[in-house]
Design a protein around this ligand. Structure first.
Ligand SMILES: [Zn+2]
Ligand SMILES: [Zn+2]
Length: 755
């Protein structure tokens, strides 16, 4: 074996050992107490607090206030990083839903402050909103956190040593004969252990201190000021809870055998670190609706190791606990589709929430579990009609998980699907965007102007679904609003987002689901008529989808001022798409020169302001002073359709100059970006130039069609139009990622629909 391989192996083996030592730390009860004393707050955590600390541990980013709150409304919404990372490769990253994340965080916080999780957090929303992803994000975070130093969790085992440690048989007496240093059996090797019995509930080692003495004990290690607060924050199971039935039996029989010497009981305790895992259902349990036995007990036949136990213990009936709640103790249990099961089958959960314990057979098991559930809206509505709903309501925290309303977030959701398709077919640009925009449009509700201050009500009532979608996503303002109107609208975005948040038919409850959109994309990808998965293929599938009105509620909603018009939304998206590809095709033809327009606006302002001040302008090339360029001024004003009569024109000019001034004041560090100050004029310039380029476009297209038809090759190749067509396709590929097939498709579609 080469030297370096040998060293490398040695190093690896050392690493593994260190890791092993660090993770598999086995402690005597005394050692645990000193660990406890060194970090009492960490070790005193109930599960709600633990989950909360976990979320904090992975960090959070506050969202831009303007995005969610308005200027006069203080509200902190966070993106919690724990949801950013996929969990054991099975759950995807949670996209968006910062409101929901923050709400869950707040609920856990309240629960932790009140000493434990005494309410079930029920996530509700339409089918296919991200409820499961949220829960799995939390579980994945807990799983990772339990492996870190800050998240170390401990429970305990009972250790019974082999005979040679006790005089004659594995009796419970005779400790006087033990070696002096063996105050605990916790560190014995496997071959020195006759029986090892874990606590099935993974109970906290603190429970080994009897409830009556527990607070007293904490007083010896916590500073006086911290004691009361820590005590109040402990979950019921740690404040009042006792050992589980089996552990109690073991505890008592050792105690009796040793004449009441508690220290001899502790000698049998091995505190061990444990890790939460979803796969092995250790502290992280998902319960599907068809399974409904949540905790049970059974009498076990004693196995071989048990048969070597002291006779006094053997005679005790040993019960083995089992079931979901038992597995989930000290972690999270998720009841997926909670309300799909008969109500009687989960009524007992109310008791669990209320008392922090559950009856198993004749004994009580104290539990410390964060209870989560999910349900769709239809089931929740039905549940609300149930006569006992009010008693449930007091023990349930409802958290709403709507569909996403931001196009850029929705499209991010499709990314995994698209990368799957990629292997089979080329994916044209904007596919995800087109699908996402349509999906969001189907989910929007028309704002009602009576919910807004009079100053903004007319702007609000004129918002189209597309306007609203753009506002939600990037806070992009509708065209043709004055700067003043923009400002007013901006300060009402918060109100707009929350207009329907307190009613049952909230925004994001109805509409196309992610599942449906994924199916649509998938079908579009497999349509042989389209060489690539392109927006055109998506439009085709959507046209089929909107006809299936009997299958989808959202397709049967009343159309109101363009809202809920799923069929028309296909045209809306198509029109937007045409704008996008128009720019890309022109850019690829070398015709899209936005710097020209920027320059044009800049010159206009320069000349018109000098002309107003009746000043001359220094020509930068000749160095001579000249009159302002009247022709330039007139051309600009003609293109942007400035008013004709003198008085209005003067006001128009003055207004432009003051807007530039205002912009400079707001952005002292930056040079004026005219496209941003005058977005509408920018668009008008764009349109104007488009018009003038029309003939070049159609000529290029004809050449493209000709070459596609295999016309006279040689002659064709010499033509400028052909060269341009060829160059355009090449640029479409290099700049935007169109292959020659979807590149040709997009040019054909553009020319056919616009020129
Ligand atoms: Zn136990
Ligand atoms: Zn393609």
């Amino acid at each position: 074996m080469p030297e370096n391989t040998h060293d490398a192996l040695k190093e690896i083996s050392q690493d593994i050992r260190q890791e092993f030592e660090k993770k598999r730390r086995l402690l005597s009860f005394e050692e645990y107490l000193s660990l406890f004393a060194s970090a009492p707050i960490n070790q005193c955590r109930g599960t709600a607090r633990y989950a909360l600390d976990m979320i904090e541990h992975y960090g959070k980013t506050p969202l831009q206030k303007s995005k969610f709150g308005s200027d006069n409304r203080e509200e902190s919404i966070y993106r919690f990083h724990v949801f950013n990372e996929p969990i054991d490769g099975t759950a995807p990253k949670l996209i968006g839903h910062e409101n929901v994340q923050t709400e869950i965080y707040q609920k856990l916080k309240t629960s932790a402050q009140q000493g434990g999780s005494n309410k079930l957090i029920l996530l509700h929303g339409p089918n296919g909103s991200a409820k499961t992803t949220l829960v799995h994000g939390l579980m994945g975070g807990l799983e990772r956190y339990s492996k870190e130093d800050e998240g170390a969790l401990y429970t305990f085992n009972w250790i019974f040593p082999v005979e040679r440690f006790t005089k004659g048989g594995i009796g419970l007496k005779g400790y006087e004969a033990l070696p002096e240093n063996l105050i605990s059996f916790s560190k014995l090797n496997d071959d020195e252990i006759a029986a090892k019995i874990p606590c099935e509930l993974k109970d906290h080692p603190l429970l080994l201190i009897p409830p009556a003495q527990r607070k007293e004990y904490l007083a010896t290690i916590l500073p006086k000021e911290a004691l009361e607060e820590t005590w109040e924050r402990l979950p019921v199971s740690l404040r009042e809870g006792d050992l589980c039935h089996r552990c109690q039996q073991i505890f008592e029989s050792i105690l009796i055998a040793n004449g009441g010497d508690y220290r001899n009981v502790l000698r049998h305790i091995q505190v061990s670190r444990f890790f939460l895992t979803r796969r092995y259902r250790r502290g992280l349990v998902t319960v599907e609706p068809q399974m409904h036995v949540d905790a049970q007990y059974r009498q076990v036949t004693l196995d071989k190791s048990m048969s070597s136990l002291p006779p006094s213990l053997q005679s005790l009936s040993f019960f083995s606990l089992g079931g979901d709640l038992v597995d989930a103790n000290r972690g999270v249990i998720e009841y997926s589709d909670l309300l799909k099961r008969p109500i009687d089958s989960f009524k007992y959960l109310l008791g669990v929430c209320e008392s922090g314990s559950v009856n198993i057979g004749s004994s009580i098991a104290y539990l410390d579990i964060v209870l989560l559930g999910s349900t769709n809206e239809v089931q929740l509505d039905a549940f609300k009609e149930f006569p006992d709903f009010s008693s449930f309501k007091a023990r349930i925290e409802l958290v709403r998980v709507p569909y996403l309303l931001a196009v850029s977030q929705e499209r991010e959701i499709y990314a995994p699907l698209l990368s799957q398709v990629k292997g089979e077919k080329h994916i044209a640009p904007h596919v995800d965007w087109a699908a996402a925009l349509w999906a969001v449009l189907t989910r929007l509700k028309k704002p009602n102007s009576i919910n807004y201050p009079p100053s903004v009500s007319s702007i609000i009532s004129s918002l189209s679904p597309l306007d609203k979608a753009k506002l939600y996503d990037q806070e992009e303002m509708p065209e043709n609003l004055s700067p003043e109107e923009r400002k007013t609208l901006r300060s009402n975005i918060y109100r707009l987002r929350n207009e329907y948040s307190n009613i049952p038919m909230y925004e994001g409850r109805m509409g196309a689901s992610v599942r449906e959109m994924k199916n649509t994309l998938f079908d579009a990808a497999h349509n042989p008529e389209f060489p690539c998965l392109s927006p055109l293929a998506v439009f085709r599938e959507l046209s089929n989808l909107v006809r299936r009105t009997s299958e989808y509620d959202f397709l049967r909603q009343d159309i109101k001022d363009g809202y809920h018009d799923a069929e028309d939304f296909i045209d809306t998206v198509r029109a937007e798409y045409l704008d996008v590809i128009d720019r890309e095709v022109r850019d690829s033809m070398g015709l899209y020169e936005t710097t020209q327009w920027e320059e044009f606006m800049k010159k206009y302002i320069h000349h018109v302001s000098h002309s107003l001040k009746k000043e001359k302008i220094k020509n930068p090339t000749t160095g001579r002073t000249e009159d302002p360029d009247r022709q330039l001024i007139q051309e600009f004003e003609m293109i942007v359709e400035a008013p004709q009569n003198e008085k209005d024109l003067a006001a128009f000019r003055q207004n432009m100059i003051s807007q530039v001034g205002a912009w400079s004041l707001d952005h002292p560090e930056s040079e004026v970006i005219y496209g941003k100050v005058f977005p509408d004029f920018w668009k008008k310039l764009e349109r104007h130039f488009y018009e003038s380029q029309k003939s070049v476009m159609t000529k290029m297209h004809s050449a493209l069609v000709l070459s596609g038809n295999g016309a006279d090759k040689e002659k064709e190749k010499r033509s400028d139009d052909f060269q341009l067509a060829h160059r355009t396709l090449k640029n479409l590929d290099e700049k935007f990622g169109y292959c020659s097939e979807c590149g040709t498709e997009v040019i054909n579609f553009l020319i056919k629909n616009r020129y």
